[in-house]
Every structure is written in structure tokens, then in C-alpha cells.
Design a protein around this ligand. Structure first.
Ligand code: PHE
Length: 394
């Protein structure tokens, strides 16, 4: 190669390098979900999402993730934020204890995320929250309702109501609609959510003059609840309150009916999953009730648009986790926009100032404890279908 062809070659390589570099800079890390073309030259804003995409609470993580993906696609289609694309990095904790902490540490140290979205289940949010707090990386939980989650510190937020409210509304529902004065409580001791909701229900039910005649316990992954249910049957109560997650709740309902227990069973948002009907059996679910955050039947342009997008993209009707997964992301994006920055302390301050943001689950204002105040809905099951009963205002 003579001197002039060497320089020609070198020039071509430089040109090629200049063309390729920006593409490398915007390379997708993992489960990136943005559809819009990256803003040329700008580094994407990385957001980490940890979720239970497999395991005993798989539908929680899947629904929440789907909702989050729609929010990310919408913001990227609208040009991103601060001239940058949002890059969502999702990791699956498989509903297992211990995994969330590992994932979130990796998000922060390796992936350099500016914020973390997650989780649905309170116990797993409680695992990750201290890590986000100590690293000054804001975390927004879509739907963990145990008060301790946001009490972890000033970097931890949520966009849903909390369990003192949920326990109270369920106690009032039991008293007023189910006309119950004697209740049994069957809770999951391995879950912060279940133990907490059971406690708040008891306090409110007793305050209304009701009595918890018997309390029985189980642990997540248990399959046989007949000993507890037999004891409950003998206690002659009006209703059974089961604050748990759908996998165990489904078996509890089926076994209760097999034992000839016909009284109402009811619980909180942890019941919500299409699988509940498969596990419990449609007939066994007659005369059961649960409270949750959202009904796709709500008539509002925002909800109708989301339901249509979700249906066409995922072939299903969105549930509460899907709506809250979307809401957690849009509240974060709004804060990034108002902060004009992705620095932890600035983002934290902007999140804390969230006021009247129009979410699918209602207008969202974050209070001094970094919680939202929202209405709840009560659902029952009729002929194997979830049916909206009423809305309870806070
Ligand atoms: N609130 C539940 C918890 O804190 C999780 C959940 C949210 C379940 C929404 C169903 C629907 O663990």
C-alpha cells in the first residue's frame, strides 16, 4: 500500500467510525421497550424495573411490566425526555425472596439507572428500598401497599393507596354490606402485605364493634389449608377475611367450599389475578369479594385509551397492576421533566412535589410520606367473571 492509498483508507475508517459510534452509544442493554428512534448522539436515560415475571406471583409482575412498557413506548414516541430516549431495563426476580436486592444493586452499580420502578409485592419492595435509599436513587413502587415501604426513606415513593385505608374499607364493607359482626382471619405470616393488612383490618373491624373470633396463619407456598379451615368452621363466624395472594387464596377458597363452608370469603388487592378463577374454580368463588385499585370499566378517556392499547398489544383486559405499572412510569417521567435533570436529589425533590398528575387510577398527589391517596373498588365474582361492585372514596 503506498502512502496516498493508506491515507485514503484511514479516512474511510474514520468516517465509518463516526457513523457507527452514535449507534453504539445508544445500544439497547437488555429488555428495552422503546419504539421511537433514539435521539441522535444523546445517551438514553436508563430506568430499572424489577418484577416477578415468573413464579407464584407471576401475573403481578407481568401485568405491571406490560403497563410500564406502554408508558415507555408512549414517551419515546413523543420524543423522549430532556432530548433523550428512555431505556427500560427489566429484570425478573421470579417471585423469590432475595432476588430483588441483587437485581437492584446491579441496576445501580452496573447499569447506572437514574431511578427504579417496582415492585408489586410489599415484601420485595421492602428488600430493594433500603438499597435505593442508601444510593440516592429514587424508587417508585407501583402497587406495594404496606406502609413500611415508603417509610424506608425520602427516596422511596408509591403511586397507590396504603393498607391502613384498604383494611378500613374492607372492615366497613364487612360490617355494612356483608352484615358481619364475627369474623375469622386467615393470614400469610411470610408476607409483610398479608400480616399488615390483617392487622389493619382487625383494628378497624373491632372499632366498628365487630369481633375477630379466631385467627389462623399459613406461609406462602403452603398447599393444604384444611386444618386452619376446619378450626374456622367450628368457630361459627359470619365471614372469613383472607389477606393473601391469589395462588394460596385460590386454594383456600376451593378447600373451604369442599369442607362445606358457604359463608363469604374476602380479601384485598392480592386476590387480583385471572388465575384466581382457574385455581379456585368459578363456582367456589360465588360469594367472595376483594378490593383493588382500578376497574377497566371506569368511563374516562384516559382509561378507555389505555384499555384499547393494552388489548391490542397484549390481547387482554388490563388489571390493577397493569394500570399502576403505567402510572408509576408516567409519574416518574413527569418528575424527570420537571426536574430537568436525572440527578438523584433533584429527581427526589420533583417526585415529592407531584401534584394532581392525571393517572389511570386517579389524580395523583404524593403526600409528605410519599404515598398517594386514591379511591378503591370492590369486585365480586359472578358466574366465573370478575364483576365491579362499588367504588370507595378515601
Ligand atoms: N398491594 C400488594 C402488596 O403490597 C400487591 C398487589 C398490588 C397485588 C395490586 C395486587 C394488586 O403486596
Amino acid at each position: 500500500m503506498n502512502r496516498s492509498s493508506f491515507f485514503q483508507c484511514a479516512r474511510w475508517f474514520t468516517l465509518l467510525g463516526l457513523l457507527v459510534l452514535p449507534l453504539v452509544g445508544c445500544k439497547k442493554e437488555s429488555d428495552s421497550s422503546g419504539t421511537a428512534a433514539p435521539v441522535a448522539g444523546a445517551e438514553p436515560i436508563r430506568v430499572g424495573e424489577y418484577a416477578s415475571l415468573h413464579g407464584s406471583e407471576a401475573t403481578f409482575g407481568q401485568s405491571s411490566h406490560n403497563g410500564t412498557v406502554i408508558a415507555v413506548e408512549e414517551i419515546n414516541a413523543a420524543g423522549g425526555l430532556l432530548g433523550r430516549k428512555i431505556d427500560l431495563i427489566t429484570d425478573d426476580n421470579q417471585s423469590k425472596a432475595g432476588e430483588s436486592a441483587t437485581i437492584v444493586k446491579k441496576f445501580i452499580s452496573r447499569d447506572k439507572v437514574v431511578a427504579v420502578l417496582g415492585e408489586v409485592a410489599s415484601s420485595r419492595s421492602l428488600e430493594a428500598a433500603p438499597i435505593c435509599q442508601s444510593k440516592q436513587v429514587p424508587m417508585v413502587s407501583p402497587s406495594s401497599t404496606n406502609p413500611d415501604v415508603t417509610a424506608t426513606g425520602d427516596y422511596i415513593f408509591r403511586v397507590c393507596f396504603i393498607d391502613p385505608f384498604q383494611g378500613r374499607l374492607l372492615a366497613e364493607f364487612a360490617h355494612r354490606t356483608l352484615k358481619a359482626s364475627k369474623a375469622a382471619l386467615l393470614s400469610d405470616v411470610s408476607s409483610a402485605y398479608s400480616a399488615g393488612l390483617g392487622k389493619y383490618f382487625r383494628e378497624a373491624f373491632e372499632k366498628n364493634g365487630g369481633q375477630i373470633v379466631i385467627e389462623q396463619k399459613y406461609a406462602s407456598k403452603d398447599k393444604d389449608f384444611r386444618a386452619q379451615l376446619t378450626a374456622i368452621k367450628a368457630a361459627n363466624v359470619d365471614v372469613i377475611f383472607v389477606p393473601g395472594y391469589y395462588t394460596e387464596v385460590g386454594l383456600v377458597v376451593a378447600q373451604a367450599r369442599q369442607l362445606g363452608i358457604t359463608i363469604p370469603l374476602f380479601g384485598g388487592d392480592g386476590w387480583e389475578a385471572p388465575e384466581l378463577i382457574d385455581i379456585a374454580g368459578a363456582k367456589n368463588l360465588e360469594n367472595t369479594y376483594y378490593s383493588t385499585h382500578f376497574s377497566p370499566e371506569v368511563k374516562s378517556p384516559l382509561v378507555e385509551k389505555f384499555v384499547a392499547t393494552y388489548k391490542s398489544k397484549f390481547g387482554a383486559v388490563p388489571d390493577a397492576m397493569a394500570a399502576l405499572g403505567y402510572d408509576s412510569a408516567v409519574v416518574l417521567f413527569d418528575a424527570i421533566k420537571r426536574a430537568g435533570s436525572t440527578e438523584g436529589p433533584k429527581l427526589r425533590d420533583a417526585l415529592a412535589a407531584t401534584k394532581d398528575y392525571p393517572c389511570l387510577t386517579g389524580k395523583t398527589t404524593l403526600d409528605a410520606e410519599r404515598n398517594a391517596t386514591k379511591s378503591a373498588v370492590i369486585i365480586t365474582v359472578k358466574d366465573g367473571k370478575f364483576k365491579y361492585l362499588e367504588t370507595v372514596e378515601p
